[in-house]
Design a protein around this ligand. Structure first.
Ligand code: OXD
Ligand code: MN
Length: 590
């Protein structure tokens, strides 16, 4: 039975049900009793496995189909009415054509199954930032994950019904269908505020609140409504005086965003009383506050983190977050003690175990036990360093925005843009390089502006223009920085120790944002002098820091040529200001 008499909601649910033809429709009220019953059903169906109740209370293991383990960018579409509104970095099909194609796939796709109706809210539903959505799905795994990643249920539908426009909600439709790769589609219709996902059961494709809504649809809404949805972590740095200063940072996937979001400061900082508080690890929604500053909320309620490589050294806080009430996907099942394992957790792979595919696994044969993109879905409030402001309706004030990528030689450890407009340029040229490990081709640059390439729900040229426009409108804008933890030496080894030591760079950044740290001008922006980075208790020489902060003008000239090529994609949609900034960079390098 419907949880609401909201006509717009009920009419849409009816329409989708008449297309997908489920045997049954179940509304998710968000109660623990209902979720528990669903866990029971999912266990009975073999969809999830209950893990040891003492070691991992409330935890489950799930395995996806082997052909369904990651986001599928080549099957992800932005179906705006006009092709030009999706832009050159998105796949596009005419919406009428796409709806027709998808309707055929959805027709009867839920026969013999149950359709779950999940009212969900991105950020706390009582927040002025909140956006509401309904996800329809035939997967209990999706329901259980959405219950961790978002706020769901009766509380949400009540807020939607009481809102100014109860017909204003994101319409998310997900059907597993046959998990057929050939017919897998992740489609955003920005003007309809709708997301249709079919033939996948993997998180990033089916937890529609995350990338599909909170980034692709939300970035479009932000453009129309004057705010920003960004692929950014949010953290607060508390100094010994007890002041907490916040920053948000964007990195492409696989650059350690979750680790940075939960950073544990080195001893010398901890002993003085410094602390780092995590507000979010993946997505930030940013709005101009009444005080003229930029304020951020994390729209999500949980972490959907990559498991491999997560350990007590790289990210103890993430590990501690997933000791209870967590869903593990595609990791190793340790049969001896009914727990989980993944590469990089510790040096003791289980002897009696199943790999991510559920096959008997022997680590001695050299194969990986966990899928490299295996995940944990954990409630954020279980994180030992979760910020007290995590659910603050107004969010937190942002003093610095940080961009970063994986560059072997070009980008220095850190630099600051001259101003907002230059900062937009710095974000637009973000890039990561492939490492030697994979193909032997070192230094292949993948441009990923603001880490939004796979997530921008409209034309990236318009997106850049929106950044400039926001800069004009924010009376007190955050300062903008770029970091690179990944510089390597002649042997390809990382020079900077990274992890907790990144605190030293964050300290410079946040102090700069408050006018409390020194810097020197360079052709690319403001650089700290080596002595401006705190080396107390750090085994890195001044010379090494000098090297980490050096700017090779020849490399940067080459970089500028690459940027020209990249910018050419956007044609006349590229804001003039970006060309001006590029010209200025070239002049500075000459
Ligand atoms: C993610 C990603 O899963 O960025 O967060 O790929
Ligand atoms: Mn991400």
């Amino acid at each position: 039975m419907s949880l609401t008499d909201n006509k717009a909601v009920n009419a849409w649910v009816d329409e989708m049900a008449s297309m997908t033809k489920p045997d049954k429709i179940v509304w998710i009220d968000g109660s623990e009793e209902q979720l528990d019953a669903l866990r029971g059903e999912s266990l009975a169906a073999g969809e999830i496995i209950a893990l040891d109740p003492d070691k991992l209370p409330g935890c489950f293991l799930h395995r996806t189909a082997v052909n369904d383990v990651a986001r599928v960018e080549h099957r992800t579409f932005i179906c705006s009415r006009r092709e030009g509104d999706a832009g050159p970095t998105n796949n596009w099909t005419d919406p009428a054509e796409m709806y027709a194609r998808l309707r055929k796939l959805y027709d009867g796709a839920m026969k013999g199954r149950t359709m779950y109706v999940i009212p969900f809210s991105m950020t706390v539903p009582e927040s002025p930032f909140a956006k509401f959505g309904i996800e329809l799905t035939d997967s209990i795994y999706v329901v259980l994950n959405m219950a961790i990643m978002t706020r769901i249920g009766a509380r949400v539908i009540k807020c939607l019904d009481a809102s100014l426009n109860p017909a204003d909600f994101t319409k998310g439709l997900h059907a597993k269908a046959d998990i057929d790769e050939e017919n897998r589609y992740i489609v955003q219709f920005p003007e309809d505020n709708a997301i249709w996902s079919i033939n996948s059961g993997y998180g990033g494709n089916v937890l529609l609140g995350k990338k599909c809504f909170a980034l692709r649809i939300a970035s479009y809404l932000g453009w129309k409504e004057g705010w920003m949805a960004e692929h950014m972590l949010i953290l607060g740095i508390e100094n010994p005086k007890g002041e907490i200063r916040y920053l948000a940072a964007a990195f492409p996937s696989a650059c350690g965003k979750t680790n940075l979001a939960m950073l544990i400061p080195p001893d010398v900082y901890r002993n003085k009383g410094y602390k780092v508080w995590c507000v979010g690890d993946d997505i930030a929604w940013l709005r101009i506050g009444p005080d003229g500053r930029l304020w951020a909320v994390n729209p999500e309620a949980g972490f959907f983190g990559v498991a491999p490589g997560t350990n007590m050294k790289s990210n103890p806080n993430a590990l501690l977050s997933c000791r209870a009430n967590t869903i593990f996907t595609n990791v190793v099942h340790n049969l001896d003690d009914n727990t989980v394992w993944w590469e990089g957790l510790d040096k003791n792979p289980p002897k009696n175990a199943l790999n991510w595919k559920g096959e008997k696994w022997d680590c001695a044969d050299g194969s990986k036990g966990a899928h490299p993109n295996s995940r944990f879905t954990a409630p954020a409030n279980q994180c030992p360093c979760i910020s007290s402001e995590f659910e603050a309706p107004q969010g937190v004030p942002i003093s610095a925005l940080v961009f970063g990528g994986r560059r072997a030689r070009t980008a220095p450890l850190v630099y600051q843009s001259r101003d907002w407009d230059h900062g937009v340029f710095v974000g637009s040229i973000m890039a990561s390089e492939t490492t030697a490990a994979a193909s032997g081709a070192v230094g292949v640059v993948r441009r990923d502006p603001m880490a939004m390439l796979p997530f921008c729900g409209y034309h990236m040229g318009d997106y850049f223009a929106h950044w400039f426009e926001m800069g004009r409108r924010i009376p007190n804008p955050p300062k903008i920085f770029n970091v690179n933890w990944f510089r390597t030496d002649e042997n390809g080894s990382f020079i900077w120790p990274g992890y907790g030591e990144n605190m030293r760079v964050l300290e410079w950044i946040i102090n700069r944002a408050f006018g409390e740290a020194d810097a020197a001008e360079s052709p690319i922006g403001y650089l700290p002098r080596p002595e401006d980075i705190n080396r107390e208790g750090l085994d890195v020489s001044l010379d090494t820091l000098k090297n980490l902060l050096s700017v090779d003008t020849e490399l940067w000239r080459e970089e500028a040529r690459g940027i020209h090529e990249f910018y050419a994609k956007f044609g006349d949609k590229l804001p003039h200001k970006l060309r001006e900034e590029l010209a200025r960079l070239e002049k500075n390098l000459a």
